[in-house]
Design a protein around this ligand. Sequence first.
Ligand code: C5P
Length: 290
Amino acid sequence: MTTITEKAYAKLNLSLDILSRRDDGYHEMRMVMQSISLADEVTITRREAGVSVSTNLKYLPCDDRNIAGRAARIFFSRTGIAGGADIVIKKRVPVCSGMAGGSSDAAAVLRGLCRLYGAPLSGDELRDMGRELGSDVPFCVEGGTVLATGRGDVLEELTPLPDCTLTICKPFFSISTPELFSRIRCERIRCRPDTDGLLAALENGDLKNIARRMYNVFEDVLPRNASDIGVIKQTLMEHDALGAVMTGTGSAVFGLFADPEYAMAARADLRETFDDCFLAFPVKKRPIDV
Ligand code: C5P
């Protein structure tokens, strides 16, 4: 095998809570993350040495700033495997949206190189490599429905989210992740998600109570120019979403629907104003097979 294609699934935060600021500059998180069917496509071709990256989005850097290329370099240096890779990424997940698009591309590169080079690495070994690349990369290695703590890299598998339809909309602006974290004062967070209630609802497969408990503490510290977040949430709720929330550090917002017809109607409505509107479904954990 010389070429393989991996799907790099996006993630949504069903909840996001920040417990404290750590001495290393990161924050201690407690959040429920969910893989979804919206995905980039990452094609990797073997070559003798070196790593190249190209994407269908001209403005994305393909040099060492690209996390997918960095993932490949870490893979070769950690495993000692002599080889290289040409990586071609078809982006579908909007960039800077809080859906871990870049992190998921990096995880797809790690998984793909394992398969291409027949490296018998476990999920834990790949997650360790992923941790060096970014806080969301370990989750993206196998995905599913997960409680993430620590930097977001300590993972506990949960009962999968029941079948539902997700309508996702990214406003025209993006939000800088470090800047949004810098706006958080942990002791001043007034409203937090009921994470324990969310975990219980997931265990019971109770979609209404899952959706009702979706909450993201970043929504309380949004910059002034982010009013479209509220507009999108309101539109989703007017179309009878069971719940609507911003994912990660935004700026994408999603609504959770039991009825796909309502989800489609919400997307059609949002499309009149916003370009980046998607329908998606939950995706279960995909274990690494070694
Ligand atoms: O880990 P990652 O490179 O994705 O993080 C980007 C930035 O987000 C960090 O430099 C930090 O400012 C912030 N961050 C944080 N606490 C986390 C994760 C990210 O403060 N748990």
